[in-house]
Design a protein around this ligand. Structure first.
Ligand code: SF4
Ligand code: SF4
Ligand code: SF4
Length: 325
């Protein structure tokens, strides 16, 4: 069975059930706030040249095996994130491909990895607190020993990020943890460390927001210095020319905000990022849970009803479908 659809159907059923069950509407809690020392990434699509050095560095830093999408199996060519790939660069293409960062007859590159949400629905959905958000840095990581394999986080993430290693004898959840394991050696995110153009940059979210404001204040074509590696680290900047940015910074507001922030000249929907409301799912779903328990509905009865609704909502053709991230 396509597990993602099953869980989504369960959530849809749960929402319908709660609507009927709750005698009075619940007040949704506010989105959680950004931790004061939050760390994150800036991905500037206008600077990305699609070299995929960040994809290779991520694999090396996290001990991930190659993944092939061509028959000769010569190159490590993952097309999407998976249990073996935590970070990919995808391409947007239109028409004659003449214009970098152009929506019409142009092309652009986009990074896909965990967004490190400010109020993460994966953390909220995890029943055993295997998925955690660090209160200081805001990095969303997981404890593989605590994980029971329920995959609620897979269904809850609006970006399709957590993946399950189905083909492993010891299956587990897999996702970017902002290279937190490298911090003890004074290192930072491998994808940002190797990026030759600074398209992927590491830093505090406060510094990243300052850099975003600086770039957006530049006129297209204006000369500037672009930092590389880590904001606040050794100066590795180089001279470049500002592109035409959209006003929209993706992740500033979406789903309560994210600690990976995206700049682009091409609309984020065209780059594959979903159009999301500012309210985090966690704020809504936790209110839903509290409403159910507050109404003294026995959890087992709720589970039975959810299973019934989910089975009804999953069509026969959904059975054994692939993962759609
Ligand atoms: S290393 Fe930098 S320029 Fe190369 S694909 Fe990754 S983000 Fe883009
Ligand atoms: S992008 Fe998905 S996996 Fe990452 S923190 Fe947000 S909800 Fe969790
Ligand atoms: S921060 Fe580390 S784990 Fe996350 S995408 Fe970059 S290299 Fe991969």
């Amino acid at each position: 069975m396509d597990r993602r659809k099953f869980f989504k159907a369960s959530l849809a059923g749960g929402a319908a059930l709660a609507t009927g069950a709750a005698s009075c509407p619940a007040q949704a809690r506010d989105n959680k706030s950004l931790p004061p020392e939050a760390l994150g990434l800036l991905f500037d699509s206008t600077l990305c040249v699609g070299c995929k050095a960040c994809v290779a560095a991520c694999k090396e830093a996290n001990g991930m095996p190659p993944e092939f999408s061509t028959q000769d199996q010569y190159w490590d060519t993952p097309l999407d994130i998976s249990g073996k790939t935590l970070n990919v660069i995808k391409a947007y293409k239109h028409g004659t491909l003449e214009k970098k960062d152009g929506e019409e007859n142009g092309f652009a590159f986009i990074k896909k990895s965990c967004m490190h949400c400010v109020d993460p629905s994966c953390v909220s959905a995890c029943p055993v607190q295997a998925m955690k958000k660090d209160p200081k840095t805001g990095i969303v990581s997981y404890d593989k020993d605590a994980c029971i394999g329920c995959r609620y986080c897979v269904a809850a993430c609006p970006f399709g990020v957590p993946r399950f290693t189905y083909d492993s004898p010891t299956p587990r959840i897999s996702k970017c943890q902002l290279c937190v394991h490298r911090h003890k050696d004074g290192k930072y995110a491998a994808c940002a460390e190797v990026c030759p153009t600074g398209a992927t940059l590491y830093g505090t979210v406060a510094d990243i927001n300052k850099e975003i404001a600086r770039r957006k204040a530049l006129k297209p074509g204006e000369k500037t210095q672009f930092p590389r590696g880590r904001l606040g680290g050794p100066d590795q900047s180089y001279p470049g020319v500002a592109a035409k940015y959209l006003d929209h910074t993706y992740g500033e507001k979406e789903f309560g905000g994210t600690q990976m922030l995206l700049l682009s000249g091409v609309s984020f929907q065209k780059l594959g990022y979903p159009d999301l409301p500012p309210r985090s799912d966690a704020a809504l779903s936790e209110t839903l849970q509290h409403t159910l328990y507050g109404g003294l509905i026995a959890p087992i009865a709720v589970l039975g009803a959810l299973t019934f609704v989910a089975k009804r909502n999953v069509k026969p053709e959904d059975e054994e479908g692939g993962h759609h991230g």
